[in-house]
Design a protein around this ligand. Sequence first.
Ligand code: TPP
Length: 367
Amino acid sequence: MIKDTWKFEPFTEEPIRLIDEAGNWIADFPLDLKEEALKKLYRDMVRGRLLDERYQIILRQGKASFVAPSAGHEAAQAGMAMAIRPGSDWLFPYYRDKTLLAAIGYPVEMLYAQMMATRLDPNKGRQMPEHPGLKELNVYTVASPIASHVPPAVGAAISMKIQGTGQVVLTTFGDGATSEGDWHAALNFAGAQGAPIVFAAENNRYAISVNFEKQSGSPRISDKAHAYGFPGYHVDGMDVLASYYVAKEAVERAREGLGPSLVEFLVYRYGPHSSADDDRVYRSREEVEFWKKKDPIPRFERFLEKQGLWTPEEGERLREEIKAELLAAEEKAEAAGPVPPEWMFDDVYGTPYWLLEEQRQILLSEL
Ligand SMILES: Cc1ncc(C[n+]2csc(CCOP(=O)(O)OP(=O)(O)O)c2C)c(N)n1
């Protein structure tokens, strides 16, 4: 049955917010999430933050060669994760999505294995770090060329519509991706075909050194959905409950046959663009500190505390528990050992090909 009452208005000028900075519920509808779901959102955000911190360490230890910091994006990602059906719906993510992937159940040891190119990586170490993918969970492998995953995400969604599978596609990207031709072609096609897809912009205000004002003449990414004929939602992506509820509504609309939505999550990345970037040359420390004060994790802690679901001691206990879980996953990934170089010849063709076999033998003899 198609619902005709939806919670959120598209195209608002101000970002949709459900909890304020002090942690008060300010929505005009009752909170209907159970304790378990609220705790999952919190745990997923903390796990994403600690994983990001740990990636910086394996980088410095020389175990990984590249990191894309994601601190500041946790609320948007944890919220989106809870809005989809992992393993049934499809996810076309981008390189800054470690909180999202861990939250949908991507095994953390496999994320580490991808970072370090060990045998536990389902993609056999063939991608640069921060480019995971997992067939079993319907996670399309992250692609480096910006926005290049958005047209295939639409293709997948159109096929779901034609086959009537009831699945939905969620695809994420940064603000910079919205300047790519691929992005516009994909949104246009999705609108024309009524594809069951949610386009999620994690607008952290920068594409490396290019700030959002230089990226677009529009004040908001969400406004661009007007042109493609579907709703665009402008959301405070540092409010985990706003992120969850809006993502859920967009997913539900897609599942009920109402077509695509564009959701813009306003976030901020605290770290540099990547381990190869020095952000001090294009933004002030004061600006970074300003955004850190809006951090989604303490904001949600204030909310949980008011609900009687959090104390500083419980928070500390959870962090210790997650740290131990992450360390065990890291050790497991490392213990699997590095991917053998000759694996590069596997899976190129469906059946063995004599020329590649010959090259494999040459490589083995040289090694
Ligand atoms: C087609 C293409 N052009 C340029 C690059 C180099 N590049 C890598 S990341 C990036 C910035 C992307 O910014 P955004 O989409 O806002 O995502 P963010 O990294 O800020 O999360 C650029 C320009 C690329 N990978 N692909």
